[in-house]
Ligand binder design. Structure first.
Ligand SMILES: NC(=O)c1ccc[n+]([C@@H]2O[C@H](COP(=O)([O-])OP(=O)(O)OC[C@H]3O[C@@H](n4cnc5c(N)ncnc54)[C@H](O)[C@@H]3O)[C@@H](O)[C@H]2O)c1
Length: 442
């Protein structure tokens, strides 16, 4: 294969309609570019994502390059359970400062509740530690400025773990747009559907509070905003948005603190029986006496202050406009997306879950103006998040060679995705258009 970093526009055109279009970032890391360097790896926030994707999975996948040197969580019991899940012998610490000073990591993964990412990112950078952070990088503009400033003053590196980019179907969309087949993108239609299982789950936990998640505008939509920024190769400029809380929270007729002791469980469609998951009973129920974090919290609690239905109009630096919506109480999970170009339309329907059988999980159709419709063959993914999780991890830890457009997302990508959501949230509360440039100094 030729050097993937120097792929020409013609090669993209050729690849766009074929499964070969995704082979530039192989599912298995066959293009290791340099001998991997051993890293002293630590983690803050040892919940589900930390102990799984960035914990136990890494212990299995990269024993030759990662030394787990320490874990910290505000709930010490959860840190101890996570260490058991990981099967590592490194210590858990009672403060973050102690973790840094005693374990001396050179790479920190931040997988706490969203509101605390910024604090740990800044502290780590100020100690000379590189950071891998889960999305969203920050939940408000003040945190965003602090993180960008800390990265600059310390000359360290942040990677934001936007796994969605690395799903083969999303790479195929990127490369089809890069091919120029549909010309300049004038507008985008993007509707994301979260169902009564996955969508509801955000209302059970800390995500239900703006002060913890920044709302789904930031927690969830930042994934989608990052995809759009990357697909378009453009920055968001202005956002106008509206939103409401229509199904969860105070809309419920009955409620309780959480599902296990709930007197309404037999009548409630949203009843979730956590006792069936041994992992969750250990990681959450077994630790809830410390922090009253109920993983099976009631979706109808009156303190829910985020939205479950959201719409936005976003304009981009290249002149593209996007109509975006997300609804979190749907009978289906997946999305509809279309890029409307001067020379044609790229249309995607993603079926993640629905109460009927589908022939294929993702349909991608390329229709040329005055021409024909062509269905693009979509590679069948393996692994979490459409195949994105494993490919992202191999790229981070094995440092495989990739073309420019598949390089790891940096702090700028983290900022731009969050800022779109922050602007949308502000637009809803202040009922005005919000300019991204008014939020931070980049
Ligand atoms: N990229 C993805 O697809 C994806 C998927 C799931 C989760 N995530 C992200 O991973 C992160 C963790 O999510 P999760 O589902 O594991 O949540 P979780 O609730 O299971 O875990 C969060 C952990 O943070 C700890 N914590 C809370 N406040 C803290 C503080 N001040 N200091 C230290 N620890 C603190 C909690 O005790 C808990 O153990 C979130 O930021 C989320 O957005 C990303």
């Amino acid at each position: 294969m030729s050097d993937p970093c120097s792929w020409s526009r013609r090669q993209f055109v050729k690849a766009a309609g074929t499964a070969a279009a995704v082979s530039v970032l192989p599912v298995s890391p066959v293009l290791a570019s340099a001998a991997p360097v051993r890293r002293r790896y630590a983690m803050v926030g040892t919940g589900d994502r930390g102990s799984g994707m960035w914990g136990a999975d890494l212990v299995k996948r990269y024993p030759d390059i990662l030394d787990f040197v320490g874990l910290y969580d505000i709930n010490p019991k959860r840190a101890a359970v996570a260490r058991e899940f990981l099967g590592v012998s490194c210590p858990t610490f009672s403060t973050f400062e102690e973790l840094c000073d005693k374990a001396k990591p050179d790479l920190l993964t931040v997988t706490t509740v969203d509101a605390f990412h910024a604090e740990y990112i800044v502290k780590a950078l100020d100690r000379g530690i590189d950071v891998l952070t889960e999305k969203p990088m920050v939940i408000d503009e003040k945190q965003c400025q602090a993180v960008l400033d800390a990265e600059k003053r310390n000359n360290r590196k942040i990677i934001v773990t936007f796994n969605y980019r690395y799903a083969p179907k999303h790479q195929l969309i990127k490369e089809t747009l890069l091919s120029g087949e549909i010309g300049r993108i004038v507008s985008v239609d993007f509707s994301w559907y979260l169902d009564v299982y996955h969508g509801a789950d955000y209302f059970r936990r800390w995500h239900r509070l703006k002060s913890r998640s920044g709302s789904l505008w930031v927690h969830k939509a930042s994934h989608h905003f990052d995809l759009i920024n990357w697909w378009l190769g453009a920055d968001p400029v202005e956002v106008v948005a509206r939103a409401g809380l229509e199904v969860y929270g105070r809309n419920g007729l009955v409620r309780h603190t959480h599902c296990r002791p709930c007197p309404h469980k037999s009548a409630c469609s949203f009843y979730y029986d956590m006792t069936k998951s041994e992992r969750r009973m250990k990681l959450y129920a077994g630790c809830e006496d410390v922090d009253a974090y109920y993983r099976d919290g009631c979706v109808f609690r009156e303190d829910v202050d985020i939205y479950d239905t959201m719409s936005a109009l976003v304009t981009y630096s290249n002149g593209t406009r996007m109509n975006y919506s997300v609804n979190a109480f749907m009978p289906i999970e997946g999305y509809r997306l279309a890029f409307n170009g001067e020379k044609g339309r790229l249309e995607i329907r993603d079926f993640e879950r629905q109460p009927w059988k589908v022939e294929t999980e993702t349909e991608i159709a390329l229709t040329k103006s005055f021409g024909q419709r062509q269905m693009l063959p979509v590679p069948i993914p393996e692994g979490g998040h459409g195949g994105g999780d494993d490919r992202l991890r191999d790229l981070i830890f094995r440092k495989i060679q990739v073309p420019d457009h598949m390089r790891l997302p940096d702090s700028r990508a983290g900022a731009m995705s969050c800022l779109t959501g922050i602007a949308a949230r502000t637009s809803v509360t202040e009922q005005r258009a919000v300019k991204i440039a008014d939020l931070v100094r980049l």
